[in-house]
Design a protein around this ligand. Structure first.
Ligand SMILES: [Ca+2]
Ligand SMILES: [Ca+2]
Ligand SMILES: [Ca+2]
Ligand SMILES: [Ca+2]
Length: 253
């Protein structure tokens, strides 16, 4: 009986520890081609999307300020075409093709900040769709930032100080086809993405333009504090030992 009890105890503890250790990664997907709640209708506005218990706030920015510092832009939803942006030099009601995220003239940026749920996610992929045939080179930064961060007045060199990780570049061919960009499962609560700005030429083959149609991520598991794990494990162990000491205990098989 002791052996059976010991086996049961070991199994219970093992399963308990496995459950605590195994991350229950909930997948979140934000479809930017439908839904979304728009707040404000000019520069500095936002569009909010939800997936499960996670809320995503999308805003757009551009280096239209003095010395290429960031200023808020107007993020817009073009229904099934996804999200685009009009910056201060394009005008808040800019039209095709400037209403995409583009690097013709100034450099447009999309900022996605997550709140609710575990907030921290692993960023999986983002889908971009050029509206017509354009280059599709992108740069992105992922990090854990103040969810209320206002980028006004900062520039690209300040991103690390604000909590973003290193700039990641993905170069793609010129095409009218949508493309899924791997975000390398980097963790954080924020993603900043822009057409790659390294090619300064306005030669048409270098100009990158796209709308953004979807973002896929997975919630990080809530990692229990070591103290909690110890107490939880210790509680189970204690309970089992008390039961073991009780006379006439029948072990269910
Ligand atoms: Ca634009
Ligand atoms: Ca532009
Ligand atoms: Ca500029
Ligand atoms: Ca390019």
């Amino acid at each position: 009986m002791d052996t059976i009890l010991r086996r049961k105890l070991t199994l219970t503890l093992t399963l308990t520890l496995l459950c605590l250790a195994a991350p229950a990664h909930a997948q979140v997907y934000f479809d930017f081609t439908s839904g979304g709640v728009t707040s404000g209708s000019s520069f500095g506005n936002s569009i909010t999307f939800t997936s499960g218990d996670v809320t995503l706030k999308a805003t757009s920015w551009a280096d239209t300020g003095a010395n290429d510092t960031f200023e808020s832009a107007r993020i817009r939803s073009w229904a099934s075409y996804g999200l685009g942006s009009c910056n201060r030099n394009e005008g808040s009601n800019c039209s095709n093709p400037e209403h995409q995220f583009d690097n013709y003239g100034d450099h447009d940026y999309a900022l996605f900040v997550l709140t609710g749920g575990t907030s921290e996610v692993l960023f999986n992929t983002i889908t971009l769709d050029p509206y017509n045939t354009w280059d599709r080179d992108v740069s992105f930064w992922i990090g854990t930032i103040d969810p209320g961060l206002d980028l006004t007045g900062y520039d690209k060199m300040d991103l690390a100080m604000l909590g973003f990780g290193a700039q990641m570049d993905v170069f793609n061919s010129r095409s009218s086809a949508a493309i899924e960009i791997a975000l390398n499962n980097i963790s954080g609560n924020a993603l900043l993405i822009a057409p790659n700005a390294d090619q300064t030429s306005t030669y048409y083959r270098h100009v990158d333009r796209f709308k953004i149609t979807g973002l896929e991520a997975e919630e990080m598991a809530r990692v229990p504090e070591p103290a909690t794990m110890f107490l939880f494990g210790g509680g189970l162990l204690g309970g089992a030992l008390i039961r073991k000491r009780r006379p006439g205990l029948t072990v269910e098989s």
